[in-house]
Design a protein around this ligand. Structure first.
Ligand code: MN
Ligand code: MG
Length: 626
């Protein structure tokens, strides 16, 4: 070997936020799903390994929670030391080299987490969590010694340092389980403490960072610290996650210091592979070392790199077309627990003393919304203590997702009695997460006006049935805000159109808006719990958007409803008297669509009678107002 440099190509693979999706299966819809599953990623992993002489595989956390399989395994008696946890079993099979933990690893408590991680054949690292006694909760770093083949076929032993980091907000989100037992520190500070020593003894330093990407100015304790982490000297590549986004890609295009085409954060190669197994993350490093024999000490440097994410499916209209088959061996490993979960999902998780249906959602009588709002407020109240807004009145907003808009089958119709997991999916079909917003009285008023865009204007002088809403009205844009009382005056035109544009500044449908019997004043402040869709501006509601956010919780609204139902012996979501239509002086009939089943519930909705058959399988009903 003369003066020629050695060149080693090293391919680094990442999964993140798998959330218990091993099977390509949607547990709530109870059907195969092309958009999820480690079994599908396994096929991409095999292909990526076949293309490269040297590969390492990492996971970035949020593995043990997030679907019914995770809940099933966490129930007492379902995790055995002999069989181990199915997620870890699948990961052992795939030969992971190292992993870090995500915030959701703490959702089932520390004892369960210890038992799960005990079965791993690879190291878990995390540098920013300590026990109450001041010891590191997990090893902060690990050093992987790997024999890598260079371009000439020569083998070089490299020392690859790996540090793990997790968003410190676990202390807020799982406070009840963690307080007094562990503490979580700042991601960047922890890296700054550990990376220099790791750098000293290693040829390469990799950061597994269970955090997303944000360019908000550094204040310390950031949840999404992956970009700030890049400023710590000595890190060769960053594996991000937690935000359930894809990087490189357009999601972070507007951020300073982020190269969305090349895939760098502050110049450091970085990747984020979506969520639930949607993508495999890949960073190819070209490592070079000069031939000078004296330079034996850690002279490898990153000469070039390539960052890529490979999806398991592609969208074609409404379809998700598979780009990877599920690996049958990975499926088979986990199938016993998968099947047991499907059986378990048919068991009751709780019970309701009243029927829960959405036949009268647009009349203000909706037990489903009552249950959603009860659960959202129950969950958010303790979390708001950490935001400094616990003293403000807490309200909860929810809209009916299934109120007949997609046809006569698209109503919630759950009888009184046991509630199972499929009922929960029926109640809340979207994978939204809980958010809370700080909203002024005037914004609250506008929020409700925008909600009322769903209704037609009613002529008080016309005694014949008048259509309450458009035939396929987007009921998910009709928010009811629990904690308030108000009336809706349908004789007025809508102040907002159906896209949320203020079209009639003189029109007002919301009247008598009050909180605990007192009129809401423009300058009042409230906290409104909702979902990330609405909070991020979905439906263009006044009072929403980034500037209003005070809480971005990690949990799905649906999971919160499940927990709420599980933790109460029974629930009684009687529709609260939040709002009603203002009487218009003359009697009018508001016509709306229902089904044959609607008729069984007429005793719960005074003033409604059957008008006759409708089109498309609907039956027409009318509410007499006045
Ligand atoms: Mn996650
Ligand atoms: Mg996370």
């Amino acid at each position: 070997m003369s003066g020629r440099a050695s060149r080693v190509r090293l391919r680094l693979l990442e999964t993140s936020d798998l959330h218990m999706f091993v099977h390509d299966y949607d547990y709530y819809q109870d059907r195969q799903d092309n958009t999820v599953g480690l079994a599908k990623v396994a096929t991409l992993i095999a292909a990526a390994r076949a293309e490269a002489a040297n590969t390492l595989l990492f996971d970035n956390g949020d593995i043990i929670q997030g679907n019914p399989l995770g809940d099933y395994m966490a129930l007492s008696g379902h995790l055995s030391a002999a069989r181990g946890h199915p997620m870890i079993r699948a990961m052992n099979r795939l030969g992971y080299d190292a992993a870090t933990i995500g915030n959701h690893e703490f959702n089932y408590g520390l004892e369960f987490l210890d038992a799960v991680l005990g079965g791993a054949a690879f190291p878990f690292v995390c540098a920013n969590i300590e026990t109450a006694a001041g010891a590191s909760f997990l090893p902060p770093t690990t050093v992987l010694e790997r024999d890598l083949v260079d371009e000439d076929g020569t083998v070089h032993r490299l020392r690859i340092g790996v540090i793990g980091l997790v968003t410190p907000q676990i202390m807020i989100w799982d406070k009840a389980r963690l307080e007094g037992r562990i503490t979580a520190g700042d991601i960047v500070d922890a890296a700054a403490r550990h990376v220099p020593a790791l750098r000293q003894g290693c040829d390469l330093v990799l950061a597994l960072c269970h955090a997303g990407i944000s360019d908000a100015p550094r204040r310390g304790g950031e949840e999404n610290a992956a970009l700030h982490l890049a400023a710590v000297p000595g890190i060769d590549a960053i594996f991000a996650g937690h935000a359930h986004r894809v990087f490189p890609g357009p999601d972070y295009a507007a951020l300073a210091g982020v190269d969305c085409a090349r895939g760098t954060l502050g110049g450091v190669p970085a990747v984020m592979p979506g969520f639930w197994g949607s993508h495999l993350g890949m960073i190819d490093l070209m490592l070079e070392r000069d031939a000078a024999p004296a330079a034996a000490m850690s002279a490898w440097r990153v000469a070039d790199f390539h960052v890529e994410v490979r999806p398991i499916y592609r969208r074609a209209g409404r379809d998700a077309l598979p780009l990877a088959a599920a690996d049958p061996a990975v499926l088979a490993d986990v199938t016993p627990e998968h099947q047991a979960t499907l059986r378990w999902m048919e068991q009751p998780v709780g019970r309701s003393t009243v029927p829960i249906n959405t036949f009268f959602s647009l009349l203000g009588n909706d037990a489903a919304l009552t249950l959603v709002n009860d659960a959202q407020a129950w969950y958010a109240r303790p979390l708001l203590a950490a935001t400094g807004h616990a003293d403000l009145p807490l309200l909860s907003a929810a809209s009916p997702f299934k109120a007949g808009g997609a046809g006569p089958d698209s109503f919630v119709d759950i009888p009184a009695g046991p509630l199972d997991m499929k009922d929960m999916a029926n109640l809340y079909m979207f994978a939204n997460t809980i958010c809370a917003l700080k909203v002024s009285g005037i914004e609250l008023h506008e929020w409700l006006e925008r909600s009322c865009a769903v209704f037609n204007q009613i002529d008080p002088a016309d005694p014949s049935p008048q259509e309450l809403a458009a035939p396929r009205a987007a009921s998910y844009l009709f928010d009811t805000i629990a904690g308030l009382t108000y009336e809706i005056d349908l004789s007025q035109p809508a102040r907002y159109d159906r896209d949320g544009v203020l079209v009639r500044p003189d029109a007002r449908r919301i009247v008598a808006l009050a909180h605990q019997g007192r009129a809401v004043l423009p300058q009042d402040s409230f906290i409104v719990v909702t979902n990330n869709y609405r909070a991020d501006g979905g439906g263009a509601f006044p009072g929403t958007g980034g500037g209003h956010l005070v809480l971005q919780a990690p949990d799905l609204n649906r999971d919160v409803i499940v927990r709420y139902v599980m933790q109460h012996p029974e629930v009684t979501p009687v529709p609260a008297p939040i709002w009603r239509f203002r009487l218009l002086g003359r009697q009018v009939t508001l016509a709306f669509n229902g089904t044959a089943e609607t008729e069984r519930h007429l005793s719960r909705q005074p003033g409604v009678t059957r008008l006759g058959d409708g089109t498309g399988g609907f039956i027409r009903y009318g509410l007499r107002l006045g």
